[in-house]
Design a protein around this ligand. Structure first.
Ligand code: NIG
Ligand code: FE
Length: 418
């Protein structure tokens, strides 16, 4: 084993109930919600964290044995990018230019472009090629401090091509120093060949894709894009319930372009998260809070689509008692970025999150969106995923954007980047 000694150690306590009772709303509250320990110490044993606390209270055993000490300024749980579409082929810079010339995202999609253009490229690509691209991308995330990267399918839209994408995620896993979490998004768009018979596509997702994905162990999560131009609330509910019957955790792309009732579906079926939420209703927010659904917010989308005039109501979600997670939504159509550090900054400027709220949202909040208890917090027994940063204060991570500040990234106890 070895020890990490940090001037500021952020433990990110998981218990949200504890959070509400803390502090004055300012720096003191922030220190509480990130679980700040000044001059903190993490004892790593194998793949796990063995002990966490103050340096001067470290266990007698590690003092006696003289184990190696890695010193850093700020240490926190490895970052979790809990919503990406990182397994894709091709690119869509042409559409980016079209949008900037005035054509909305949803019109491009409804005319058979958008997602469906990436579907063409993914159907053409080999599983090997998809895996290789994903490996390259995962390394870029790791260098920022990411140790868990969620990756959705949804650009295949046939049983074979969806499974090809999810298998590419599993294949890439062998060659990357972070965890890749596969998520099945067969209901991302209605493919062109089903345009006139969308019910038949929903049928295919439920009767063929979900059972095969579940049986093969290709993904533990089932997601649906519920919106204008994609799937209705009724269709989404049917698909998510079907996924749940096959043991998958439900997640949903909700209320991104219109208030299509996605947040209500999330609450109704007991989804782990509802993601996007630019047009969520107050009723939807309250239902989410009641059902413990995490709100996953992805401000890069608004920046990239030029829609910063209509942002997800982050503060209302927090005030209602929802846990919030920030993510990149990395995809070639609506958020061509892997830069989670910039997302932290946008969380603060656009959503008015505090630095502590933003940093919680990519660790403890994101872990909750994935229903995971072994990651996202630094505590005894958790997986030893730790990101270490050379910055003057933890809040600096939300402020100096556009470059990595990681000086070491530890995944399962191993230094994978330093
Ligand atoms: O999360 N909203 C739906 N899906 C993606 C966009 C995918 C694409 O345009 O390729 C999203 O924004
Ligand atoms: Fe998405």
């Amino acid at each position: 084993g070895y020890i990490i000694r940090a001037q500021q150690l952020l433990t990110m306590p998981q218990d949200a109930a504890e959070l509400a009772s803390y502090g004055d709303g300012g720096e003191e509250r922030d220190n509480s919600i990130v679980g700040l320990i000044e001059d903190g110490c993490v004892v790593v044993d194998g793949e796990k964290i063995a002990w966490v606390g103050r340096w001067d209270e470290r266990p007698a055993k590690v003092r006696r044995d003289g184990v190696d000490v890695f010193e850093t300024a700020v240490a926190m749980p490895g970052w979790i990018d809990c919503h990406t579409h990182a397994v894709f082929a091709g690119e869509r810079s042409r559409e980016f230019a079209w949008r900037n010339a005035g054509k909305p995202y949803v019109e491009i999609l409804e005319e058979g472009g958008g997602i469906l253009n990436t579907v063409d490229a993914v159907r053409e690509a080999s599983g090997q090629a998809l895996a290789e691209e994903l490996i390259r991308r995962a390394f870029l995330s790791v260098r920022q401090g990411v140790t868990t990267l969620e990756v959705k399918s949804g650009y295949g839209l046939t049983t074979a091509d969806e499974i090809k994408s999810l298998k590419a995620v599993q294949r890439a896993q062998k060659d990357v120093p972070c965890e890749l979490v596969g998520c099945f998004l067969g209901a991302h768009a209605v493919p062109r060949e089903y345009r006139e018979r969308r019910e038949a596509y929903v049928e295919l997702v439920c009767e063929e894709m979900i059972p095969q994905v579940a049986r093969g162990g290709y993904a533990a999560y089932c997601d649906v894009f519920c919106d204008r131009g994609a799937f209705s609330a009724e269709e989404a509910e049917r698909i998510l319930r079907c996924g749940q019957e096959h043991g998958m955790v439900a997640r949903i792309h909700a209320d991104e372009i219109t208030d299509a009732g996605g947040a209500l579906v999330a609450a109704k079926v007991g989804a782990s998260s509802a993601d996007h939420l630019e047009f969520v209703s107050q009723e939807g927010i309250e239902a989410m809070a009641e059902a413990g659904v995490v709100g996953v917010l992805m401000p890069a989308v608004n920046l990239f689509l030029g829609t910063i005039d209509h942002l997800a109501p982050a503060r209302s979600l927090l005030d209602a008692g929802c846990e919030v997670a920030l993510a990149t939504d990395f995809n070639p159509g609506s958020a061509m970025t892997q830069d989670l550090g910039t997302i932290l900054m946008l969380g603060c400027t656009l959503y008015k999150l505090t630095p502590g709220e933003a940093l919680r949202s990519i660790t403890a909040g994101a872990a909750k969106a994935l229903r995971r208890e072994d990651i996202g917090s630094i505590r005894a027994g958790a997986r030893a995923d730790v990101a270490c940063f050379d910055v003057p204060h933890y809040r600096y991570l939300t402020y100096h954007f556009g470059q990595t500040h990681a000086e070491a990234v530890i995944y399962r106890g191993n230094f994978v980047y330093w």
